[in-house]
Design a protein around this ligand. Structure first.
Ligand SMILES: *[C@@H]1O[C@H](CO)[C@@H](O)[C@H](O)[C@H]1NC(C)=O
Ligand SMILES: *[C@@H]1O[C@H](CO)[C@@H](O)[C@H](O)[C@H]1NC(C)=O
Ligand SMILES: *[C@@H]1O[C@H](CO)[C@@H](O)[C@H](O)[C@H]1NC(C)=O
Length: 223
């Protein structure tokens, strides 16, 4: 175990190295800038992930992570025996808008046949975890998914059906990034939903999760 002296020396080292590390990261991802024209999954395949925003701007990092993620793990409270009342996480596809035009609102395309939808009908409170581990960012930089440098976010709130007004935006956001969904069987009664975000935690650096408010999160604009 590191003593206090070693601990503070290490903290100092991080403080000194952080700007250099940030500059190095910017250099590493800079060639990816400005190519545009992504579709589903291309963040990875074509290595076109835009640069990570400055880590001190947690709201911006949160919006970035939401936008580049095509899927996440949604944790609900199980309504089904034998695990009723237990946390229950499942993977689901999501989109906050067409590439380069994210709104920050995570939209989903759900079916009552999914276990998580059954859970949500009893208890709409859920947490959504999104990680850059699904892009080439963490692999390329050698960051383990549990390392905070492999930026990830936890968004809590309620999952709600989108209304008629918002339906077009939800549909366009989902189908542009998940084209095969358009052909999924109508018999599954698919519907559009979103996470109504109430709490946000960002893990993008050492020192514990950063709290971002929904106001700060939705206030972020990308040029
Ligand atoms: C539909 O939802 C949006 C977003 O939550 C909201 O701004 C709008 O007022 C709602 N429209 C109706 C008709 O309820
Ligand atoms: C979203 O959550 C807020 C805070 O809990 C609540 O006031 C609001 O009614 C919710 N909106 C929808 C569309 O469920
Ligand atoms: C919203 O963004 C503006 C411009 O970046 C900033 O000055 C303001 O403090 C932000 N407000 C909130 C609530 O984050």
């Amino acid at each position: 175990m590191a003593g206090p002296a070693r601990g503070s020396a290490r903290a100092l080292l991080f403080a000194l190295l952080a700007p250099a590390l940030a500059a190095l990261l910017a250099l590493l991802v800079a060639p990816a800038r400005g190519r545009g024209g992504r579709g589903h999954g291309d963040w990875d395949a074509a290595g076109r992930l835009p640069p990570l925003p400055p880590r001190e701007d947690a709201a911006r990092v949160a919006r970035f992570v939401t936008h580049v993620c095509d899927w996440g793990a949604l944790a609900t409270v199980s309504a089904q025996e034998p695990v009723r009342g237990w946390a229950f996480a499942d993977v689901l596809s999501l989109s906050d808008g067409p590439p380069g035009a994210g709104s920050g609102v995570p939209y989903f395309y759900l079916s009552p046949m999914q276990q998580l939808v059954g859970n949500l009908q009893e208890n709409p409170y859920a947490t959504l975890t999104l990680s850059l581990a699904q892009t080439n960012f963490c692999r390329k930089n050698g960051f383990d998914p549990q390392n905070p440098l492999c930026a990830h976010t936890i968004l809590a709130g309620t999952v709600t059906k989108v209304n008629e007004t918002e339906m077009d935006i939800a549909k366009q956001s989902m189908f542009i990034r998940h084209p095969e969904m358009k052909d999924w069987p109508a018999s599954h009664d698919w519907f559009f939903a979103k996470l109504n975000i109430t709490n946000i935690w960002v893990l993008d650096y050492f020192g514990g999760p950063k709290v971002v408010t929904p106001e700060q999160y939705y206030n972020v604009t990308f040029q």
